[in-house]
Design a protein around this ligand. Structure first.
Ligand code: NAP
Ligand code: GDD
Length: 343
C-alpha cells in the first residue's frame, strides 16, 4: 500500500530534498510548514515538486496544531526536520531555540503517542551534540558535550526520542548527522555564504565575503546522500541511532580555496587570525576578510564522524566528496547570480 510521509521543515534544505526522494519512491508526501506572510517554497519550486506535495500549516510551538495535522494526514512516517537550525542564532535566542528544538520534539512525540503510536519517527539529531569532542572520530558511543544552546536543545530532543522508544515502544530513530550541504543550503551557513559570495563577486555584484573562524574543521557531506540515510533508518525493524558522516575533515579556509577555484578566482592569503585577508591575485582586490563579529561565544573546532554503523546496518554510503560538492554549489550559484535570483 502507498505510504504517507509527513515532513516537518519542508521549506528547508533537507525537507525539500527528502520530499523529492520520497516522491520518487511513490510516497504520498505531506509537507508541514509555518504560516507566514509569504511562505517561501523556493527550494521545492526549484526541485519542481511543489505541486506534488500536500501542504499543511504547522507550528512546533502549538501542540493542538500538531495533533490536528497528524489526525488529518494519518502519516505512516514522520520526519522531524523543522528546527531553529542556525547555531550562531541560538546564542542570541536560547529560549526560543529550546522551545522549538527541544520542547517541539516532546510535543511531536506526545502527539504520536496520542494519535497513532505505530508511526515511525525520525528526529534530526546533530554532530553538534559532540561539541567539545571527547574522541576523534566521533561514533555513536562518543560522550556528548554540546557547546551551544542549539546543541543543548538538540541533546534533550535526542534523549526524549530515545526515551519514547524505550518507554512506549514507539519506532523512533535519531540520525546524528554531520554537516551536509547542497545548492539548497541556507545563505547563513558558511558553505553557501562562501559559494554565493564568490558567484556574486565573479559577476561584479559583491565586493568581499566577510567570515569568522577560518580554522574550524567540519566533516561536510552532500545533503542528497543524507536524506537517503534518514529514509533507510525508518525502514529498519527497530528504531535506533546512527551517525551519518563522510569521515573526511576540511577547514573553512580550505572550503574557501576550493570555492574560489571553482569560481575561477585565483586567491592569495595574507595576514593571520583576525587580520587574514584573501586577495584576487589578478585584480589585487580583497575578496575575503575576517570579521570577528562572526566568531562564536563557544566554538567547535573539529567535527569528524565515523559512519561505520550506518554503512553496516543501513548499507549507507556517502557518494560525493568535498571538491565535487563545492563545484556543484558554485555552479548553481553562478547560474542564479546571472539571473539575480540568489536566495
Ligand atoms: P533549515 O534549512 O534551516 O530548515 C529548517 C526548517 O525548519 C525550515 O523549513 C523552517 O521553516 C522550519 N522551522 C523552523 N522553526 C519552525 C517552527 N517553530 N515550526 C515549524 N517549522 C519550523 O535546516 P536543514 O539544514 O534543512 O536541517 C534540517 C534539520 O536537520 C534541522 O533540524 C537541523 O537542525 C538538523 N541538522 C542539519 C544539519 C545540516 O548540516 N544541514 C546537520 C545536522 C542536523 P521556515 O522556512 O519557516 O524558517
Ligand atoms: N555561519 C557561519 N558564517 N559560520 C562561519 C563563518 C560565517 O561567516 N565563518 C566561519 N564560520 C565557521 C563557524 O564558526 C563554524 O565553526 C563553521 O564555520 C560552520 O558553521 P555553519 O555553516 O554555520 O554550520 P555549523 O557547523 O555551526 O552548524 C551546521 O551543522 C550542524 C551539524 O554539525 C548546521 O546545519 C546545524 O543545524 C547542524 O546541526
Amino acid at each position: 500500500m502507498r505510504k504517507t510521509a509527513l515532513i516537518t521543515g519542508i521549506t528547508g534544505q533537507d525537507g525539500s530534498d527528502l520530499a523529492k526522494l520520497l516522491l520518487g519512491k511513490g510516497y504520498r508526501v505531506c509537507g508541514a510548514h509555518r504560516r507566514s506572510a509569504s511562505t517561501n517554497l523556493w527550494r521545492c519550486d526549484e526541485l519542481g515538486i511543489t505541486q506534488d506535495i500536500e501542504l499543511f500549516d504547522f507550528e512546533l510551538l502549538e501542540f493542538s496544531n500538531i495533533v490536528a495535522v497528524f489526525q488529518q494526514v494519518k502519516p505512516d512516517e514522520v520526519y522531524n526536520l523543522a528546527a531553529q537550525s542556525f547555531v550562531a542564532a541560538s546564542f542570541d535566542q536560547p529560549l526560543y531555540t529550546a522551545e522549538v528544538d527541544a520542547m517541539g520534539v516532546a510535543r511531536l512525540l506526545e502527539a504520536i503517542r496520542l494519535v497513532n503510536p505505530k508511526i515511525h519517527f525520525y528526529q534530526a539529531s546533530t554532530a553538534e551534540l559532540f561539541g567539545k569532542v571527547q574522541s576523534v572520530p566521533q561514533t555513536e558511543d562518543t560522550v556528548f558535550w554540546p557547546r551551544s544552546p542549539y546543541g543543548v536543545a538538540k541533546l534533550y530532543a535526542h534523549w526524549i526520542t530515545r526515551n519514547y522508544r524505550e518507554a512506549f515502544d514507539i519506532h523512533t530513530s535519531s540520525g546524528i548527522l554531520f554537516n551536509h550541504e547542497s545548492p539548497m543550503r541556507g545563505l547563513d551557513f558558511v558553505t553557501r555564504k562562501i559559494t554565493a559570495g564568490f558567484a556574486r563577486i565573479s559577476l561584479g555584484q559583491q565586493d568581499c565575503i566577510e567570515l569568522g573562524n577560518l580554522d574550524a574543521q567540519r566533516d561536510w557531506g552532500f545533503a542528497g546522500d543524507f536524506v537517503d540515510g534518514m529514509w533507510r533508518m525508518l525502514q529498519q525493524p527497530e528504531g535506533d541511532e546512527y551517525i551519518l558522516a563522510t569521515g573526511v575533515v576540511h577547514s573553512v579556509r580550505r572550503f574557501v580555496e576550493l570555492a574560489a577555484e571553482a569560481a575561477a578566482i585565483p586567491l592569495a592569503w595574507e595576514g593571520e587570525a583576525e587580520h587574514t585577508i584573501g586577495r584576487d591575485r589578478r585584480s589585487g582586490k580583497v575578496v575575503v576578510k575576517v570579521n570577528p563579529k562572526f566568531y562564536r561565544p563557544a566554538e567547535i573546532d573539529l567535527l569528524v564522524g565515523d559512519p561505520a554503523k550506518a554503512r553496516t546496518r543501513l548499507g549507507w554510503e556517502p557518494t560525493v566528496q568535498l571538491p565535487a560538492l563545492v563545484q556543484m554549489m558554485v555552479e548553481a550559484d553562478l547560474r542564479r547570480a546571472k539571473d539575480k535570483r540568489i536566495q
